[in-house]
Design a protein around this ligand. Structure first.
Ligand code: MN
Length: 232
């Protein structure tokens, strides 16, 4: 075996309800503007032309219950509560049935965002990385196998900051449904186990500050929490 000059941090792994083994985080894909009311609050009308994506580094993943420092370079760090899909089988150029079969599990996630930097880069037609690929910004709750979740639609998705509700919607409001996202994304990537897809956030995004605790949930899934510590 080839010796390494240094060790990297271990891959982040997510517990799965009813399973002894964890789900290792490979790649993190994120869908933009997938709820009309959130698109509107960001100043956009929704179109059905095609979904769009950005990514977060797998190294930015943390598990629910974490306390993370307020990140550098922002004065407007936002919460985004999201449904997460965990891919469980290789899938490329999927049809709808193959897309549904590739969903291994679902979970709650937080797509924490340096909103000021995202908006600045957007207005300059630059990439979103500084706004979105933030250290410790991809937060995951334990996953629930898809077979135990049932049809996605009526479930409530909600988020509170210090107990005060900020985001409250249902999964019926997803513009691009789960199979449609996988069908489209798999035109561009060989999706495989370890790939997580954050499916977008409903309306009500907003800032957090040091000392805040975020709690969120989706009916039928394990809840999520994150506490923001002072900046380093
Ligand atoms: Mn998001």
């Amino acid at each position: 075996m080839t010796a390494l000059l240094f060790d990297l941090p271990p891959v982040v792994t997510i517990p799965v309800v009813g399973e002894a083994a964890h789900y290792p985080v490979g790649r993190i894909f994120c869908v933009g503007r997938n709820y009309a009311a959130h698109a509107a609050e960001m100043g956009f009308e929704v179109d059905r032309e095609a979904p769009f994506y950005f990514t977060k580094s797998a190294a930015s993943a943390v598990l629910t219950g974490a306390t993370v420092a307020y990140p550098p370079g922002t004065e407007n760090y936002h919460h985004e509560m999201e449904l997460v899909i965990a891919i469980g089988a290789p899938v490329f150029r999927a049809d709808a049935a193959e897309a549904r079969a590739a969903i291994y599990a679902m979970g709650c996630g937080l797509d924490m965002t340096r909103r000021d930097l995202q908006i600045a880069s957007r207005s300059k037609q630059r990439p979103w990385d500084l706004g979105k690929d933030v250290e410790d910004s991809a937060v995951f709750a334990p996953l629930t196998p898809a077979a135990q979740v049932g049809p996605v639609g009526p479930q409530r998705i909600h988020l509170a900051v210090n107990g005060e509700i900020r985001q409250d919607a249902t999964l019926d409001e997803l513009i691009w449904k789960l199979d449609e996202i996988i069908v489209d994304l798999s035109q561009f990537y060989h999706l495989r186990p370890g790939d997580l897809i954050m499916t977008g956030t409903p309306a009500g995004v907003g800032p957090v500050v040091a000392g805040d605790t975020i709690t969120g949930g989706i009916d039928g899934l394990e809840g999520i929490s994150l506490t923001i510590a002072p900046a380093e």
